[in-house]
Design a protein around this ligand. Structure first.
Ligand code: MIG
Length: 593
């Protein structure tokens, strides 16, 4: 930012690179890399939104994830055997806690061999996943890049089974065999096969710069999709290597790189990008009627085209919690709009409770009823907010402007917002100021100019100042911008449990009595939205003499959300006024007196 004007720089260099924002010298911001070309793009704003839009045009827009990816997700390193997975889901349902996704971490595999199952722990993956599916829960599995280095045993029979992922792999491992036959694995400069050490022990990595290797890797995912698995979690894809965590052992590893046969000094940073690409494109080929869902730990510019990003191993400390806000906002400002961490953060776009192998259990019910009740309240609020969150997600897809925003993105002309990293906004309308320090039950919140409503109490504030608000454990301070309409759904156990009926438009009029929104909807699972299969409904509220007049616009787009009711709830009145009308997709005017 220079005098209120923003510019952006995209340094397109995949070598080990450096970015110094005033650390060596307060006078200087600099960037550089250990090799390659000085290739950078300069984006003139003056708005940050415009820079993000141009960056998305250049490096790719995030496609929409399936709607269920906005739901609650539960993970653990690791849930096994099968009965443990079923029990976690059973507890969620019995305790009336919403849940959309459960994860299988590395122990589902046959001794860490990717694209296989440990059939002692998971004798019937397809049956299990179907059973979970009946309870509204999708299954996502981890896939690491390390393929076990396993030349076939002498005289090993060949594998011709229809489901090789369920076969014993001790004599030969089909993924290693196929990769060797296709010459898809990376070598060192001296021609030796590159053998890093990861979970399976000695392993090999795929040269994802080879188009045919990417295609092969993508197709391997049928081992999962055939069994009903709904998404893929890519971990260790920096790529991590137990031999040398610095990456030093990988510098002379050669990749095809469009015929350049360059080393990992150049390609290491794009390894995760191309692995995610192979995964995304494989899922899209295997299930063309479904939006792929991929989660990644690493990436490079453009990763937003293929994957959601989570921030890796997070400690359950106040310091780490506080870091979530600047991490998510800066990832968003770097062109990656759909991100999250191992929980906390109930309004993070990607919301997954996860825990390390050696800690205590951390599902919502592990801390006692008092905490479980608070967690339930927020999980349910998340589902009620889904129409708002999804509308904001679609905006991120279309414009490149993230859901989870630093205040400066929305209030660039207000210098008071520049250094705020303990509050954030969801889209244009919802401001959240969580407690990120221990032992306090109230905090100061900066509200930018304009009028704000306390989400919980409806109390009206005039912004441009710091306000002190109460924030006991059960209340996360949240404020709605005057002029906003927040579309909300009924509570639900999982996405698709029931139709979003009625949709409640909660109206927060500004000084002139106006408010507006444009609700976005589609089928939530297919790529049809790319070809007009969506619906957008504009709602405009104006104050008239003795009433508020609500104008419901004609539905835009080809998607028909079906018959349901719209409820309008005006938040400014001393007593709440509501009115419910049937949505018929045509222009209508309604009065609320
Ligand atoms: O070295 O798959 O960040 O989420 O549970 C640990 C096991 C490897 C690191 C990931 C974490 C995951 C774990 N993985």
């Amino acid at each position: 930012m220079q005098k209120g004007t923003a510019y952006g720089i995209f340094f397109d260099n995949s070598y080990r690179s450096y970015f110094d924002f005033g650390r060596l010298s307060q006078e200087r911001i600099w960037f550089g890399a250990e090799g390659g070309e000085l290739n950078y793009y300069f984006f003139y704003g003056p708005s940050i939104e415009k820079i993000l839009g141009r960056y998305a045009d250049l490096t790719g827009h995030m496609p929409l994830v399936p709607l269920w990816a906005l739901g609650v997700q539960q993970c653990r390193y690791s849930y096994y055997p099968q009965s443990v997975v079923e029990e976690v889901v059973r507890q969620y349902r019995e305790r009336d806690l919403p849940l959309d996704v459960i994860y299988l971490d590395i122990h589902y595999m046959n001794r860490y061999r990717v694209f296989t199952f440990d059939t002692k722990r998971f004798p019937d993956p397809e049956g299990l996943i179907e059973k979970l599916g009946k309870q509204g829960v999708k299954t996502v599995v981890i896939v690491d890049p390390g393929v076990k280095y396993q030349p076939p045993a002498a005289g090993a029979p060949s594998v011709n089974a229809p489901k090789p992922e369920l076969q014993p792999q001790e004599q030969r491992y089909y993924v290693f065999d196929q990769g060797m036959a296709g010459n898809y694995f990376q070598h060192r400069k001296n021609g030796q096969l590159f053998i890093p050490r990861v979970w399976p022990g000695d392993s090999v990595f795929v040269d994802f710069t080879l188009p045919e290797a990417r295609h092969w890797w993508g197709d391997l995912h049928r081992a999962y999709t055939d069994n009903g698995i709904a998404g893929i979690w890519n971990d260790m894809n920096e790529p991590a290597d137990f031999v040398d965590q610095t990456g030093g052992n990988q510098r002379d590893v050669v990749s095809y790189d469009e015929g350049e046969n360059s080393t990992h000094a150049k390609n290491r940073n794009v390894f995760a990008l191309l692995m995610a690409r192979a995964t995304y494109e494989g899922l899209a080929r295997l299930q063309p009627d479904r939006r792929p869902f991929v989660v990644t730990r690493a990436g490079y510019a453009g990763i937003q085209r293929y994957s959601t990003m989570w921030t890796g191993d997070t400690n359950s400390t106040w310091e780490s919690l506080a870091l979530n806000v600047p991490m998510f906002t800066t990832l968003g400002l770097s062109g990656e709009p759909f991100v999250g961490s191992d929980v906390g953060g109930f309004l993070a776009p990607f919301f997954r409770n996860h825990h390390a192998i050696d800690g205590y259990d951390q599902e919502p019910w592990r801390f006692g009823k008092y905490y479980e009740d608070i967690i339930r309240k927020y999980l349910k609020l998340r589902y009620r907010l889904l129409p708002f969150l999804y509308t904001t997600l679609e905006e991120a897809h279309r414009t490149g402007v993230p859901l989870f925003r630093p205040l400066l993105l929305n209030y660039q002309d207000d210098a008071n917002t520049y250094n705020l990293d303990d509050e954030f906004m969801i889209g244009h309308d919802l401001l959240v100021a969580p407690i990120v320090k221990p032992d306090i039950t109230s905090r100061l919140v900066y509200l930018p100019r304009g009028i704000w409503y306390d989400f919980w109490t409806n109390k009206r504030y005039v912004g441009g100042i710091m306000v002190r608000v109460d924030a006991p454990l059960e209340i996360v301070p949240m404020f709605v911008r005057a002029g906003a309409i927040i579309p909300m759904a009924p509570e639900m156990k999982y996405v698709g449990e029931k139709p979003a009926d009625p949709i409640t438009f909660t109206i927060y009029p500004d000084e002139r009595g106006s408010a507006s929104t444009a609700l976005y909807e589609d089928d939530g699972t297919s790529p049809a939205y790319e070809r007009g299969g969506f619906s957008r409904t504009k709602i405009d509220v104006k104050r008239a003499a003795n009433a508020f007049v609500v104008k419901i616009g004609a539905r835009e787009g080809d998607y028909n959300p079906g018959a349901r009711k719209f409820t309008f709830l005006i938040k400014s009145a001393t007593t709440s006024k509501t009115v419910t009308v049937a949505d018929d997709g045509r222009v209508r005017t309604v009065e609320i007196r």
